[in-house]
Each structure stands twice: as C-alpha cells, then as structure tokens.
Design a protein around this ligand. Structure first.
Ligand SMILES: C[S@@+](CC[C@H](N)C(=O)[O-])C[C@H]1O[C@@H](n2cnc3c(N)ncnc32)[C@H](O)[C@@H]1O
Ligand SMILES: [Zn+2]
Length: 381
C-alpha cells in the first residue's frame, strides 16, 4: 500500500505529521484517503496534557492503545512527546496506517506498533492481563458507545480510558429514542446541554463498567467546539456508590436539581418538570488531576487555550452539578445580563458558592437556586 500523492507535512505539538492535503484545504476534512482534522488540535493537546498528568504518577507499564487512530495524530504525539514504553496505533483504514508509519519514521519513533483491525477486535485482542493498555483512547466518527465494553476490557486496573463523542444531535435532545438506545438515557434540551451530554456518556460507561465488575472514576471532561470528551480511571472493583440518577429541569421557572429519584415535580413552582437520565450524577472532575494537568500544560507544546480551559475546570471541579448562563437568568428576570465576574462575585458575596465553568463562556455554577440567583442579580447592576 502506497502513500497517497496529495499529502502535506504539518507540525502539531512537537510532532511532525504526514496528512492528506485535502484535510488542510477542505472546509470539512474528508474520510478518504485518510482522516485528519486540524481543528481538533486543542482536543489532542488536552489529551497529551491529561495523559502526561496520569503517567507522571503511574507506576505500571506505560502503554497507549490508540484504537481508532486515523493518520495517527494522537498516538504519534503520545509516542513522541510523552514518556511511554509502547504505543499501538490501530485503524481499519490501511492508507491511514501507512501514513502513520511514515510519520513515525519522520519523528524517529521506535516504541510504536501498527495494527489494522476493527476496533472491537483490536481492543479484545488487548483484553488479557498483561496485554492491556494503561491509556486507551476511543475516538470514532459519531458515538463511542459501541466501543465502551471492549475499551474498558482493554484498560489496565488504574489506567485511563478516554472517549470522544461527536453525535451531538443525539446527545443534545434531537433524537431521544436514539439517545436511549445508544446511551441508556435521554437528555432534556437546556442551556447546559453539554454537561447533560457528558453525564449521559459517563452514565453509559458506568453501566457497562458495573456489568463487568469494575468502576469508572471521572478525572476530566471537556467540550470544545463540536465534540464531548471524557477521561475516566478504570478500577477493578465494583462501584460502591450510587452514581446513576437524573437531572430534574423545570422549564417553567428554570429550577434544576440532581437527584437519585425519578421525581417530576418542581419543588420551587410546583410545575411538572422534565427529567434527563438515567445519567452520571457523581463528580465529573478530579481536582488534583486537573491541578496536575495545569502543571503539565506549562511544560508541553500546546495551545494557550488549554490553560484557560484548565483554569476554569479547576475552579468548577468541586462545584455543584449543572450550570446557569447569565443570559438565561437575565431573560427569566427580564433584566439585562450582568458581567460574568460580577455575577460570580455577587453570589459569593451573598454567602453562596460560585464559579465560572469551562463548558460555556457565559456560564457559572452555584449552590444558589434560581430564585436566589435572581435576587442577587437584582443587586448587581
Ligand atoms: C475521528 S477519526 C480518528 C481521529 C484520530 N483519533 C485523531 O485524533 O486524529 C475515526 C477513525 O476511526 C476509523 N474507524 C471507524 N470505524 C472503525 C472501526 N470499527 N474500527 C477501527 N477503526 C475504525 C476511521 O477509519 C477513522 O480513521
Ligand atoms: Zn419550577
């Protein structure tokens, strides 16, 4: 199999990548001859940072399994920019693999293997003790749900499993039936849809993990542009906590609540509320891990945006689930929206916890309910 004629070399992070020319020149990168999305650089930068934070404190074999690699951008960067013992780059597309091999040579990489298998077959071939990855990535077109089972099995005890989802319409409430089939729960269309989507993905991962007798612990999640990414630790022990539940959302007054029970009545205005779920209701960030990521980001060649995302993630890491946006509250109270910083400090000044969120530039988290937020907003202008 030859390399396609129309190729270019680009540098991402510290790594040289051979990519199809049209992936740079076309508005949407084509799947053929091989897939590479230059706009996903921040997504890959954050992976490199997360994996660096993980590897720094991990004692076992350092093996990265890139199950759906495309031209190998993520795997090549891991092999070149991080200290790993071995990287395995797998994809169904042989052209993508030849390009990845070419790039591996460009970077003088030795600790790298290539595999041309269907992803489930690949992960299954790595599911035996001794063959598992300490970092496993699932990055398909669309939904990652079909690979949760084999991806979890291919992850070592204490390892990191990262997943990406780009089936945004399904996760954001356009096709509830499809969402229930894929992820086992349904969303509600809200301003904080990105968080509901990520919690649906985590909920589905948790359900599969529980079936396999292991637990997942979310370390970091992110949504930047058109995808949702989750990073969870996989541990070989049954989940002891009840982490599946619902988000109750009242479309009448804007109240929302994370709950274990299937309850439908808004406790503030008594209206019938909507329910998203079953979904993950536990923590979505590990504060220490996000702090470690921030430390690592200053040592790596990554986009400046990453640091901003991580600072916000750190601020919100121990805050309540779901966020509000200043526009949402202002339209409910029929007033002009305050500046975000003023909203956050105003809430804090009134004795509530409050922080920004990386999910939305106008979003904030707080333990104040919608009525309390509205009262505080009135005092801000
Ligand atoms: C979104 S791209 C991967 C992008 C890559 N991870 C990156 O960071 O640049 C998805 C890739 O999955 C491959 N693929 C799709 N279905 C697959 C399957 N069932 N098994 C293996 N590879 C598959 C496609 O050939 C494509 O290269
Ligand atoms: Zn209500």
């Amino acid at each position: 199999m030859d390399i396609p004629d129309e190729t270019l070399q680009v540098v991402e992070g510290d790594t040289r990548l051979l990519v199809p020319k049209r992936s740079i020149t076309d508005v949407a990168p084509p799947k053929r001859p091989a897939f590479f999305n230059p706009k996903a650089q921040v997504n890959r930068d954050l992976s490199i940072i997360a994996y660096a934070a993980f590897l720094d404190k991990f004692d076992g074999p350092k093996i990265f399994l890139d199950g759906l690699s495309g031209i190998g951008a993520r795997g090549l960067r891991v092999a070149n920019e991080l200290k790993v013992d071995k990287t395995v780059i797998n994809d169904l597309n042989p052209v993508a693999l030849r390009m990845a091999e070419y790039s591996a040579n460009l970077n003088g990489l030795k600790n790298i293997e290539f595999s041309e298998k269907e992803a489930c077959e690949f992960f299954s071939s790595c599911s035996k003790k001794g063959r598992r990855g300490s970092i496993v990535d699932i990055d398909p077109f669309g939904s990652p749900a079909a690979f949760f089972d084999c991806g979890i099995r291919a992850t070592i005890h204490g390892g990191i499993l990262s997943t990406a989802a780009t089936d945004l319409q399904v996760l954001n409430g356009l096709f509830d039936d499809a969402c229930k089939r894929r992820y086992g729960g349904v969303p509600v269309r809200t301003k904080y849809g990105a968080e509901i989507a990520i919690r649906l993905i985590l909920g589905s991962l948790r359900a599969v993990a529980a079936r396999l007798g292991v637990e997942i612990v979310p370390m970091f999640v992110e949504s930047y542009m058109h995808y949702y990414r989750t990073y969870v630790k996989v541990r070989n022990r049954p989940d002891q906590q009840e982490n599946l539940g619902y988000i109750l959302h009242c479309k009448n007054c804007g109240h929302r609540k994370i709950t274990l029970e299937h309850q439908c009545r808004c406790e503030l205005c008594e209206s019938k509320a909507s329910l998203a779920g079953p979904l993950w209701i536990g923590k979505i960030f590990d504060k220490e891990f996000v702090q470690d990521m921030l430390t690592q980001s200053s040592r790596l060649t990554v986009e400046k945006t990453c640091e901003k995302i991580l600072c916000k993630s750190l601020a919100e890491s121990e805050m309540p689930g779901t966020y509000f946006t200043i526009d949402e509250v202002a339209s409910m109270t029929r007033s002009s929206p305050p500046k975000l910083e003023k909203a956050v400090s105003g809430l804090q000044g009134n004795g509530f916890t409050a922080s920004v969120t990386a999910f939305d530039p106008t979003g904030f988290r707080t333990d104040a309910n919608i009525n309390e937020i509205a009262s505080v907003f009135k005092t801000i202008h």
